[in-house]
Design a protein around this ligand. Structure first.
Ligand code: ACO
Length: 444
């Protein structure tokens, strides 16, 4: 098909020519950058589902056909052939590392794995039942005051990015240990990235953890599966903060907060909570399906549906297979896995889900795999953040390196009151009729 170069917009009796951009996989984008200036009009796109907010060379997603590639490499090839550290390098640096580059990058990861001893006090300040995502976001922001070399122009940026990837893993494991009231286990130079994480999580000074190579292999794959997913909610948050030229740690912290939401990365925790609810409700899978179909947001089938995939999420397919392999190889059972399989089977035959093209997404099976590794439910979204970190770093870098990148500043369609007369306080009537304010209570 001939390449389209121009689009034409008719607004009233005026018409406007708009340039068309074509991506390397053939996606067509109408460039409306000049629209407001020339016509006075803006576009309205609820949830930005039709808006490309940037040009990016990092990740390609074809949601119709279930395709996901990073820097041109298919996700299946990366999961089957690479370690997480190799893929992290690919994302941040744009190419797969040579053996020498990988060795150097791994050395950086090891040498920067500890956190400043003063940061240890921060952990003690959080209540014992704090959510690990709250701790992670706060700790990542505070890293900026301990390690202030933040600019992508800094010759040590390679170290800055490796430092962040390494330290976030340490912070994640420390936050778990603190929540258990258990002593912190420091990272070890002799262990690989994923083995180190499992060791920090599960060993103790009185009971060393025997590294389980099968679990290390699965953790590598799970982190790769989460490494990036183009302009999703958390990545857009990272790029938004980057567009104001805020530092890397500030932007990543925003990404962590966005990821926490149950409609996004927090869905992995929400899936396990939902499966547990079904288990405790006499395993009534059909009832859960019927409730999900009734349309209430809070009853949605968590881990189902995706803003971009209108087909089986390729990451969910890989996770499901990993579940099947691990559980049969180890001859282990988890009632939640049986419920998940049953839910999927019923949903994929039900017209509600079929007609809306709702399939399992990446979060549907990951929680079950992490449970089999001993990772607690409230750490699941932290695991997602660990995997997503190299993607966020790459997206931050791409934004700040782009000299043409403008600050993200969307417009709006104002729907509030028109101009009205100012009313002095003694003449004002209650704004909302029948609204009862809660009593004032003393709070510490
Ligand atoms: N269960 C039941 N119904 C659903 C679900 C679901 N999980 N997801 C969407 N629907 C329904 C909606 O109610 C809507 O129905 P309607 O047409 O009758 O109004 C229709 O399907 C389309 O839904 P949208 O909200 O327009 O879908 P959108 O693409 O905006 O949302 C989202 C995507 C947020 C992922 C949604 O599918 C959802 O809430 N899923 C559950 C949460 C989840 O698993 N999130 C993780 C996503 S993956 C990630 O972020 C890493």
């Amino acid at each position: 098909m001939a390449r389209i170069k121009k689009a034409n917009l008719k607004l009233g009796n005026k018409s406007f020519d708009l340039p068309v951009i074509t991506g390397s996989e053939g996606e067509v984008g109408v460039d409306i950058t000049s629209l407001r200036k020339t016509s006075g009009a803006v576009t309205f796109d609820n949830g930005f589902a039709n808006t490309a907010s940037c040009k990016s060379a990092i990740t390609f997603v074809d949601g119709e056909n279930g395709i996901l590639r990073h820097r041109g490499y298919d996700i299946v090839d990366l999961v089957e052939n690479c370690s997480f550290v190799e893929v992290a390098y690919l994302l941040v640096h744009g190419a797969l590392p040579t053996a020498a580059e990988l060795k150097r990058f791994s050395r950086y990861l090891n040498q920067h794995s500890m956190i400043h001893e003063n940061m240890h006090h921060f952990f003690s300040g959080f209540p014992a039942d704090s959510h690990p995502m709250a701790i992670l976001a706060s700790m990542v922001t505070s890293l900026s005051s301990f390690y202030p070399l933040l600019s992508h122009r800094d010759p040590t940026f390679d170290i800055t990015s490796a430092r962040l990837i390494s330290k976030v893993r340490t912070i994640a494991a420390f936050s778990y240990k603190k929540s258990q009231g258990a002593p912190l286990v420091y990272p070890r130079y002799d262990l690989s990235y994923c083995a180190n994480f499992l060791n920090m999580m599960f060993s103790s000074p009185v009971d060393p953890y025997e590294i389980d190579v099968e679990l290390v292999r699965i953790l590598n794959k799970l982190l790769i599966l989460h490494v990036d997913h183009e302009q999703n909610c958390s990545t857009t948050a990272v790029r938004l903060i980057a567009s104001a030229r805020a530092n890397l740690y500030a932007a990543i912290s925003a990404g962590i907060c966005a990821l926490w939401g149950p409609l996004h990365g927090g869905a992995n925790q929400a899936v396990i909570d939902m499966l547990n609810r079904i288990k405790n409700d006499n395993r009534n899978v059909k009832k859960a399906i019927e409730r999900a179909k009734a349309g209430k947001h809070e009853d949605r089938l968590m881990g189902f549906g995706h803003a971009v995939y209108k087909n089986y999420d390729p990451r969910a397919r890989l996770c499901k297979k990993m579940c099947d392999d691990l559980f049969s190889k180890r001859d282990i059972n988890d009632p939640l896995l049986d419920i998940a399989r049953e839910l999927e089977e019923i949903a994929l035959k039900d017209d509600y889900f079929v007609s809306r093209r709702l399939y399992p997404n990446v979060d549907f099976y990951t929680g079950i795999l992490y449970r089999a590794m001993g990772i607690p439910t409230n750490m699941l979204t932290v695991m997602f953040a660990l995997g997503r970190l190299p993607g966020w770093i790459a997206q931050w870098k791409e934004t700040v390196e782009n000299r043409k990148a403008r600050i993200y500043r969307p417009r709006q369609i104002y729907t509030g009151p028109e101009k009205r007369r100012f009313v002095p306080i003694d003449q004002r009537k209650p704004g909302i009729k029948g609204r009862v304010l809660p009593p004032v209570v003393k709070n510490l």
